[in-house]
Design a binder for this molecule. Sequence first.
Ligand SMILES: [Zn+2]
Ligand SMILES: [Zn+2]
Length: 327
Amino acid sequence: MQRIPAPRPADGEVLLAVGAVGICGSELSGYLGQSSIRVPPLVMGHEAAGTIIDGGGRLADGAPAVAGQRVAFNPLLVCGTCDRCRAGRSSICRQRRLVGAHLAGAFADMVAVPAAQCHLLPDGISDVAGSLTEPLACGVRAVALAGAPRRLLILGAGPIGICCLVAARAAGIGEIAISDIAARRLALAHRYGASATIDVSSADLLHEAARLAPDGFDAVIDAVGAGATRLQALRAVVPGGRVVFLGLHDETTELPVNYVVRQEVELVGSFAYTADDFGRAFALLVAGALRPDADWLEERPLSAGAASFEELLAGRARATKIVLRPA
Ligand SMILES: [Zn+2]
Ligand SMILES: [Zn+2]
């Protein structure tokens, strides 16, 4: 923990007293100093909600920002004017910047963000719940990029896998199978409406996938990003189907590309979200589609941040998700 000057909101920005900020898997590599976009000295933290204490401007819905309002914010800042933004692909904006990576983030008492990135939290939706909008938005985008599969397989039932599941249910996908090595996570997936779960600690994924969907899954989302899951995704998808790579566990992976050629498999990467995806995730969250229940999410003070990173890296954390509370 360090004392640093409080951020000062620029024009159109609000200063938030951070109420809750989730630890994202992508930040673990930053903690280890292995992230190309998270270069110290840096305040990380991009999954956050809090209370406006200063600044001004207009919120995402156009209403004026007022001190005392509680908001969740979209941490991906995009230009809105480049060719990619204009084509509806703002997640790959030429000037994208992420709060907590390119700019000071929310593992702090305060963070400054553009008011237009903020969504007003209704009473009854806590800051901790609000902080889940960001990972849920990642799920919304991955599901959108999966097309409209009849049968979807999600590899990994960690926070991002569960967010994909919630988004897939909301998108009306009928058959959703999900795999993980942890029984606790698979139980959670059941509660969030998975049609089938595959415990890969005891069963072979491809064998089970073939049993559940003899004709193959129309789309597979890899929410892990390890070499093994990337290969499984390729093998489990139906010829002509689509694989969405979302997890970032391994930097590089060797894959049988000749199989991709011969089976015309589509390989798609999914990064973050557009403003529309974020808005959709926010609406889902407000509707209660994803809840910060104690059986999967643990709240800790900000001072427990370093220890929490260590636990997550060592695989010792009991909770699927850890959310820090600076207040
Ligand atoms: Zn994240
Ligand atoms: Zn742009």
